[in-house]
Design a binder for this molecule. Structure first.
Ligand code: NCD
Ligand code: ZN
Length: 354
């Protein structure tokens, strides 16, 4: 009998699902692994209004495979012109959060915020209505080194935001540095962070292993080993404020294997197995359930999922390529062997929740 671990069905608190044929290609992967996911709004055009978020939610639900049980949790793309009144509409519609992309920071962020002063009114309304602020925490100044952009963002912007809106829930998305982990650990109960599997498994050497490796290129970029170790420590700590967010970001292989390749790693296909690999490597598999299935729901004030997922220690090889509309999608680490596999999953029975 292989070694096994059974955890409460997990959630992905940071996911890119895209739209159309891409959505149809990737959604089954997330629905197989996760009960819920916070869906990022960086489509073209961005999902900036409650009306757009509800329409996008409907397209996601319509694209689910028959019998799947998966709940998309919606976010709004914060722009310089988001009306503060949209926050009350968001709350009434069950939209969970707004996403702050500094303009130019990452994929489809050109409609993002150019100056935080411009969105002070919206943030005040979000704080009042209980809408969380999800932050892509990187400055975009070309004179700041790409490896320092997160730490500089924290100093220049996050510390001030935290002070100005003490009641606002803030999530530093895909934290990648020791400085970021330390800031979140000390910032109090309304501040949390998501951590990707790739930032737990790899340091920046992975980008240059024997040649340039575009599938390891994402934003924020992979960092030094000391940062990976700090993230691993945060993810396995008992603080309750570091939780799972894959930042799985599908791009057609042709757009990544390109002279100007897109940022984003595709990990939704094998997310839980990647996290299990990282936690096992750190001798902390007993911390996986809190990170993947408990702490995020508690932070957002949502119920814990009822089903379970069982992982077993059984080597399997990640496929090199997956179908992606007219193109192909290359999962991170395709062709490599992972040591944990999903063995079984249960979903709560209809009506079994009291
Ligand atoms: C994301 C994408 O492709 O949408 N890319 C990435 O490298 N993570 C955007 C983001 O979350 O920064
Ligand atoms: Zn993302």
């Amino acid at each position: 009998m292989p070694e096994q671990i059974t955890i409460t069905r997990p959630d992905d608190w940071h996911l890119h699902l895209r739209d159309g044929a891409a959505l149809a290609a990737v959604l089954p992967h997330s629905a197989r692994q996760f009960a819920r996911a916070i869906v990022m709004p960086n489509l073209r055009p961005p999902v900036a209004s409650v009306e757009q978020a509800l329409a996008y939610r409907r397209r996601i639900v319509d694209a689910l495979p028959a019998g799947a049980s998966f709940e998309p949790l919606m976010t709004l793309y914060l722009t310089d012109t988001t009306p503060p009144a949209e926050m009350k509409r968001a709350r009434d519609a069950g939209v969970l959060a707004i996403k702050l992309y500094p303009a130019g920071a990452t994929t489809n962020s050109d409609a993002g915020v150019t100056d935080l002063k411009r969105v002070a009114g919206v943030l005040e309304a979000a704080e009042r209505e209980g809408i969380a602020l999800l932050v892509h925490g990187e400055v975009t100044d070309l004179d700041v080194d790409v490896f320092d952009r997160e730490a500089v963002f924290i100093d220049r912007h996050l510390v001030g935001l935290r002070r100005s809106f003490p009641g606002l829930k803030i999530v530093l998305e895909h934290v990648t540095t020791r400085e970021g982990a330390q800031y979140v650990a000390e910032a109090g109960e309304k501040t949390a962070a998501t951590i990707t599997a790739h930032h737990l498994l790899y340091n920046r050497n992975a980008l240059f292993q024997g040649g340039i490796r575009p599938h390891w290129y994402c934003l924020p970029i992979l960092k030094r080993e000391l940062h990976r170790l700090a993230l691993m420590k945060a993810a396995t700590s008992a603080s309750g404020r570091f939780f799972l967010g894959t930042d799985s970001a599908p791009h057609a292989a042709s757009l990544k294997e390109n002279a100007c390749g897109c940022a984003g790693c595709y990990t939704a296909f094998h997310a839980l197995e990647l996290y299990a690999e990282a936690f096992d490597g750190a001798g902390a598999l007993d911390r996986l359930e809190a990170f993947a299935s408990i702490d995020g729901a508690a932070f957002y004030g949502l119920p814990r999922n009822a089903g379970t997922v069982t992982l077993e220690k059984r080597p399997w090889t990640v496929p090199e390529s997956l179908a992606f509309g007219d193109g192909e999608l290359k999962p991170l680490g395709g062709g490599q062997t992972l040591s944990w596999a999903i063995a079984a999953a249960t979903v709560e029975e209809e009506g079994s929740r009291p």
